[in-house]
Design a protein around this ligand. Structure first.
Ligand code: NAP
Length: 268
């Protein structure tokens, strides 16, 4: 990815000490952005990500915050504005699963996933938008006044038995993203989503760890490979850059064709 693509921009990535968030934070740094690495537990891993980003000659630091906690999100963005001057790119990536069939799902399991995956993205988008609107466009930095990228999922549109909390959170992210895109576009703020398919990270280890599990998973992926975090990271960099300046309110599925109804490839 072009080292100049995001030169001079300031990015914040939530959940950046693992998986997709980690790869995204590193890719943004490689593309020339200063990067805040958010995490909630695991400071050592976050510090390692910061060191990798600094090696590109940009600024970076780790910040502990629970994205579902309003005060902590407000403080995280306020610190960024104070230390790095502003924010240009918010990648609302943090997310988790608490899987269960409907009849066994506790309210706590439902609520936790909605709190982190949906409310967390709302809080991050709101705090970033305030700063984007205060600052406006800086033409030598970007054509937009700011970019919000919501980490969604193919489950934004694909129902998922045994995961009603997760699928509902991502369906909600899709509508939240479109509504915010509509509301913020007149302020020259671009809001979009990335919808990963099956990406090799800790969140879905069971689905790819053994050859049997991977073979089962590949039945759902026309392109016949499980995705890597870097596949998503590169899409985020592109989406955040001025190459995508006219893309507003879109979900880019980065899924090896998982959303192409693979079951219909041989039947239907
Ligand atoms: P992961 O490796 O488990 O990473 C999840 C990240 O979210 C971790 O850094 C975790 O931080 C952070 N996090 C969890 N709760 C948090 C909270 N309350 N506040 C702040 N950070 C929190 O999983 P991943 O696969 O990279 O997932 C990243 C995003 O991609 C999620 O939104 C997920 O839904 C989405 N996604 C993943 C896939 C896939 O196949 N992997 C597919 C579609 C969508 P700690 O480690 O500190 O807890």
């Amino acid at each position: 990815m072009n080292a100049q693509l995001l030169r001079g921009q300031k990015a914040l990535v939530t959940g950046a000490n693992s998986g997709i968030g980690k790869a995204t934070a590193i890719a943004l740094g490689r593309a020339g952005a200063d990067v805040v690495v958010n995490y909630v537990v695991g400071p050592d891993e976050a510090e390692k990500v910061v060191e990798q980003i600094k090696a590109f000659g940009v600024r970076s630091y780790a910040h502990e915050a629970d994205v579902s906690n309003e005060g902590q999100v407000v403080e995280m963005v306020a610190r960024m504005v104070k230390e790095l001057g502003t924010i240009d790119i918010m990648v609302a990536n943090a997310g988790l699963q608490r899987d269960s069939s409907l009849v066994d799902m506790t309210l706590a399991q439902w609520q936790k996933v909605i709190d982190v995956n949906l409310t967390g993205q709302f809080l991050c988008a709101r705090e970033a938008a305030k700063e984007f609107m205060r600052r406006g466009i800086v033409p030598e930095v970007s054509r937009a006044a700011g970019k919000i990228i919501c980490m969604s999922s193919v489950h934004q549109i694909v129902p998922w038995t045994g995961h009603v909390n997760y699928a509902s959170s991502k369906g909600g992210v899709g509508m939240m993203m479109q509504t915010l895109a509509q509301e913020l576009a007149p302020h020259h703020i671009r809001v979009n989503a990335i919808g990963p398919g099956a990406i090799r990270t800790p969140i879905n280890r069971d689905a790819w760890e053994t050859p049997e599990a991977e073979a089962e998973l590949l039945k759902l992926i026309p392109y016949q490979r499980v995705g890597d975090p870097e596949d998503i990271a590169d899409a985020v960099v592109a989406m955040a850059s001025d190459l995508m300046d006219y893309v507003v309110g879109a979900t880019l599925y980065v899924d090896g064709g998982m959303t192409l109804f693979p079951g219909f490839a041989t039947g239907g």
